[in-house]
Design a protein around this ligand. Structure first.
Ligand code: GAP
Length: 453
């Protein structure tokens, strides 16, 4: 058994957003879009680590919402849809935010986000009357740029599900209740994007429309509130940073009969992570009316046709990723091994979400150690789902710190003893404790460590 270092001490203060933005840039999680041209406002690119992290968030959602269930199937609908979809859904008429302009500095703001009707840019109080600003991005389909060719970039993925309700129900021979899940890009011309990736104009949603019999909707709404809240907890989010908030009647979206948000305590305060709405029969009824197609369910038992009610958990993949990053960020005092202490930055992120799952670290570059370490790398890469890194540059202490900062749950050290005992050391990210395991048992030990429990 290797010597165990003293435990690190965590200072549990929440990080500031700038700290997270800086970590994301420094380590390649998230970059400003089009940075070499001075950046495109409020748009972000996921770098080599960010793409893994966000993909892991989406995969965890897909596993829990689609793969692990008998009552939900998946879909991947197009972003561009017939423009009538957005008339029927009410988005053309009602998907608006109140826009005001400051008469002094001409900055534009969302009226409902202002404090004391004051311009946050210059402090001016002379603002224009609020007007409804539609958030949908418009573009033209085909070579003609006139009103007949206008199409919209979808502002929610949900409508792709509603218009495919009949297709999915008949091809999969589903009975109520059942759900259709989808992950994909959505676009909103937000008046005031900001807070890093929290509010952007292009983002990804993870949405599921759960179709149920009218009258059972309240019960399913409660069920999904609990399920979705617990999903964040199961993936390690701190309970004291999460809460459910029920909407007041005047906050409800035009389609909703009821709604509650899962909120997270972001650096700027409690903010929505996911909305769980009861959309009743609003969407199917509207699409039936506008398309002329019946969108109903025939109940074999009662021999009645019903328009299903819909419960919709709708989360943001980018917001979720940001919340998982913020929630797992820690600055700790940790022993250096030379009787001193230093600050270590560590992402105590759930192993299922960690961008790098395992790092293979040969103690030094050496003609005997390197081939063994490469063999270990090959065995681990072939069996672990996710990124496995190999790093033999700089001291082992520095390499551990580099992996801590990006949340790698396990570092595997291959040392000179490994050549004799066919064993390696697994160093745990959170406790910094070390465990010696036979190379033959390495993959099964790592799999156990990385599983969602
Ligand atoms: N289909 C329902 C719907 O779209 P929403 O509350 O407007 O509901 C759902 O959006 C989720 O999508 C939000 O909880 C949030 O996580 C994410 N989202 C919405 N607008 C966003 C934006 N501008 N930037 C990033 N994420 C956004």
């Amino acid at each position: 058994m290797p010597d165990q270092p003293a435990k690190p001490t965590t200072h549990d203060s929440a990080p500031r957003m700038e700290t997270i933005v800086s970590l994301c840039k420094r380590r390649g999680f998230i970059f400003q879009s089009s940075e070499i041209y001075g950046g495109a406002a409020s748009t972000w690119d996921y770098g080599p680590l960010g793409v893994e992290l966000k993909r892991n968030v989406k995969n965890a959602w897909w596993r829990s919402m689609v793969l692990d269930r008998d009552d939900i199937v998946g879909l991947d609908a197009a972003i561009l849809m017939a423009p009538q979809v957005w008339v029927a859904s009410g988005h053309v008429a009602a998907f608006t935010d109140p826009l005001v302009e400051c008469k002094s500095c001409h900055a534009r703001h969302r009226a409902d986000h202002l404090k004391n009707n004051t311009c946050p840019n210059c402090g001016g109080k002379d603002l224009t009357e609020a007007r409804n600003f539609n958030l949908m991005f418009k573009t033209n389909m085909g070579p003609m740029e006139d009103s007949s060719s206008v199409v919209y970039l979808r502002p929610e993925t949900a409508q792709g599900i509603f218009v495919n309700f009949e297709n999915v129900m008949t091809t999969t021979r589903r009975k109520l209740p059942f759900g259709i899940g989808q992950i994909g890009k959505a676009f909103r011309n937000e008046i005031t994007p900001g807070n890093f990736t929290f509010r952007t104009r292009e983002f990804e949603q993870m949405e599921m429309e759960f179709f149920c019999k009218p009258g059972t909707d309240e019960q399913w709404h409660k069920y999904w509130l609990e399920e979705r809240f617990n999903w964040y907890l199961k993936l390690g989010m701190r309970k004291d940073k999460l809460r459910l908030r029920h909407h007041e009647k005047d906050e409800l979206a035009h389609y909703a009969k009821g709604c509650a948000d899962v909120e997270y305590l972001f650096p700027m305060g409690w903010s929505e992570l996911e909305g769980i709405a009861n959309r009743a029969d609003f969407d199917l009824t509207q699409h039936a009316k506008h398309s002329g197609k019946k969108l109903e369910y025939f109940d074999e038992e009662t021999k009645e046709r019903v328009v299903p009610y819909v419960i919709e958990p709708s989360g943001g993949a980018d917001r979720g990723t940001l919340a998982f990053l913020i929630d797992s960020y820690r600055e700790e005092m940790a022993p250096t091994g030379e009787g001193k202490e230093e600050t270590r930055i560590v992402l105590r992120i759930h192993p299922a979400l960690a961008p790098v799952k395992v790092a293979i670290l040969p103690l030094s570059k050496n003609e005997k150690l390197t081939p063994l370490a490469k063999d270990v790398l090959k065995a681990v890469r072939g069996s672990i789902d996710g990124l496995v890194q190999y790093d033999d540059a700089q001291s082992i202490g520095r390499r551990y710190r580099r992996q801590d900062e990006i949340g790698t749950p396990a570092c595997v050290t291959v040392d000179f003893e490994s050549l004799e005992d066919n064993a390696v050391t697994i160093r745990d990210r959170d406790t910094m404790t070390q465990m010696r395991v036979k190379i033959l048992d390495l993959v099964s030990t790592l799999k156990e460590k990385l599983a969602i429990k």
